[in-house]
Design a protein around this ligand. Structure first.
Ligand SMILES: Nc1ncnc2c1ncn2[C@@H]1O[C@H](COP(=O)(O)OP(=O)(O)OP(=O)(O)O)[C@@H](O)[C@H]1O
Ligand SMILES: [Mg+2]
Length: 249
């Protein structure tokens, strides 16, 4: 089992006393200065097809395989059978993890999930499975939540605080429109401790103007982080980061 980093190794000149939770995507942990500072919630944003769900799955897979940390995947979108299928294509046996109780896949609605969070049922699951990591895919589904008083900020805080109660590492995804104004900052972006933006964009810098996948860390409370955009590929084993676009193209 891999050791969890407990000091500031890997940060650039930063002095911090955070214990860190490695995401399990090794090169991403380097960009974050050694991993997610413990207690930081991570929000992964991007347009459809940019790799948000895969990053979430990889976070859980790494927790189970490398750190013996059981995890929960809460999905409002993908039926568990599809999730198993997609995981298998990346080399991960989620069905086996569920059978051995290292993984809990919860396919539910935002309303039911909020009810569970408010009740002790959720705490019971955390204790029963010894959960350490949770992925919520995606917050976008909460936007259709019927309560008018439940504004984005309130809702986000409710979800994060409830999940954090049990000292879990929380990763959430959120869909952004490809053409969303860069000047519109959402409450979720303000409130997340660590923010990662994924893109799949056409670049004139390649000879054939093909699309490249880009990952950028936009903030990481309490810690230094990389300030460059990095290209990545998706394949067996999930997300594999390369270099900054200028170097990679
Ligand atoms: N096994 C695989 N090998 C290579 N690429 C893959 C594999 N599985 C998925 N992909 C790529 O990853 C992309 C989708 O990633 P993912 O489902 O994580 O996106 P997403 O950001 O969650 O999208 P959405 O917002 O629609 O849910 C696919 O469009 C596909 O190009
Ligand atoms: Mg998805």
């Amino acid at each position: 089992m891999a050791e969890r980093p407990s000091d500031n190794s890997g940060t650039r000149g930063g002095v911090d006393a955070f214990r860190r939770t490695p995401t399990g995507i090794e090169s991403l942990d380097q960009l974050l200065g050694g991993g997610l500072p413990d207690g930081n919630s991570l929000l992964v944003q991007g347009a459809p097809g940019t790799g948000k769900t895969i990053l979430g799955m990889q976070f859980l897979q790494a927790g189970i395989e490398q750190f013996e940390e059981p995890g929960m995947f809460v999905t409002f979108e993908e039926h568990p059978r599809r999730l198993y299928r997609d995981a298998r294509a990346l080399g991960w046996d989620f069905e086996a993890h569920e059978k051995s109780r290292k993984l809990l896949v919860v396919f539910t609605s935002p309303e039911a999930f909020l009810r569970e969070l408010a009740s002790d049922n959720y705490g019971k699951m955390v204790r029963e499975y010894g959960l350490r990591r949770v992925v919520v895919d995606s917050l976008t589904q909460f936007e259709s939540y019927p309560s008018a008083v439940e504004q984005g900020r309130v809702r986000f805080e409710r979800v994060v605080n409830a999940l954090r109660r049990d000292d879990l590492s929380v990763v959430m995804t959120r869909e952004t429109e490809s053409r969303e104004s860069p000047f519109r900052v959402t409450p979720e972006e303000y409130l997340a401790d660590t923010l990662i933006q994924l893109e799949y964009r056409r670049t004139e810098e390649t000879r054939d103007a093909r699309r490249v996948r880009i990952l950028e860390v936009l903030k990481n409370r309490g810690s230094a982080h990389s300030s460059s955009a990095h290209t990545f590929v998706i394949g067996m084993g999930g997300i594999n980061l390369q270099r900054s676009p200028a170097q990679a193209l």
